[in-house]
Design a protein around this ligand. Structure first.
Ligand code: R5P
Length: 299
């Protein structure tokens, strides 16, 4: 089956780089004067397998859906949506009475539009896959983050401890620690408000270079509290790694010293610490086109 690769025009480095590596067709964003999106595909896609590389944001979800709908109505055989970050993923359960299950609503909308396969990066909770009735590939990028931090800071691996900032990330971080043969510690985290958290350390990190890995940094309170407690408990140094840096606030970036983040979300600050994963995304699409394993790329 032939394939086509499209991308929705974006400011995001990861979209532009991946699109360039793959020689993809750019779909511009056009709007009517009243703000409604207008989509048209410049080439025929009949019976083709289409890859759509797009940044899904709270503002453009409908644009992405219209693009998918256009591809399906133009007789594309299959539409694979590649979105480096899935918004609303922290709302993966009803937190209270009369609240929505937003991650499930997003899954419904995307599937109803015609998406046949999703590829994303470090989804907030692995069980979000259960909201989808279609194949869902989650690229786990903690290892490239870990490698970059260790290499750039010339850390002696025998003195490194990997740290999970909460129970949610502990399985993923623990897995990397086991495969890298490093020490592991985790936090029991309690959140009192958007910016107030209290973390209790479980494990011994005295005399270690600690690397805290998390999927999301938003207000930075989780990372800041964890770093404070690690220093109080005798860490030699503390490095922070996250997949999705949701804040562009300079004050937050300045407080989060030694933070490394993937370039999955638009971000204006401290580009030097951002880790470009475009080549991983491009290789994932190559592997998929060629019917090869994706997980083997991360082993
Ligand atoms: C929570 O479960 C996530 O993995 C992150 O720890 C959280 O979203 C970080 O948010 P903030 O930076 O606002 O503490």
């Amino acid at each position: 089956m032939n394939h086509r690769i499209f991308h929705i025009k974006s400011e995001l480095e990861i979209i532009n780089n991946t699109a360039k590596i793959l020689d993809s067709i750019e779909l511009p964003t056009k709007k009517f004067p009243n703000g409604e999106f207008f989509v048209s595909i410049p080439v025929h896609v009949r019976n083709q397998s289409c890859y759509l590389i797009a940044e899904i944001t709270p503002e453009n979800i409908f644009h992405v859906c219209l693009t998918v709908d256009t591809l399906k109505r133009s007789c594309a055989d299959k539409v694979t949506l590649i979105s480096p970050y899935l918004p609303y993923s922290r709302q993966d359960r009803r937190v209270d009475i009369r609240t929505p299950m937003s991650a499930k609503v997003l899954a419904n909308i995307l599937q109803t539009s015609g998406v046949d396969h999703i590829i994303t990066v470090d989804v907030h909770a692995l069980q979000i896959e259960c909201f989808y009735e279609i194949p869902f590939d989650n690229l786990q990028m903690f290892r490239p983050l870990y490698n970059r931090i260790v290499k750039e800071n010339c850390l002696d691996k025998s003195k490194v401890a990997l740290v999970s900032p909460d129970a949610g990330a502990s399985k993923k971080v623990g897995h990397i620690a086991t495969s890298m043969g490093t020490d592991f510690a985790m936090f029991h985290k309690q959140r009192f408000s958007d910016t107030e958290v209290q973390s209790i350390l479980l494990g011994n990190i005295k005399g270690k270079h600690c690397i805290i890995l998390d999927d999301i940094v938003s207000t930075g309170s989780t990372m800041l509290e964890a770093r404070k407690v690690l220093i109080e408990n005798g860490a030699l140094s503390v490095f922070l790694g996250c997949s999705h840096m949701l804040s562009s606030d300079e004050a937050i970036h300045n407080k989060l010293e030694n933070l490394y983040y993937l370039n999955t979300v638009q971000n204006e600050n401290q580009k030097s610490r951002s880790v470009d994963i475009s080549s991983y995304l491009a290789n994932t699409i190559y592997q998929d086109i060629n019917g090869e394993s994706i997980s083997s790329m991360f082993e």
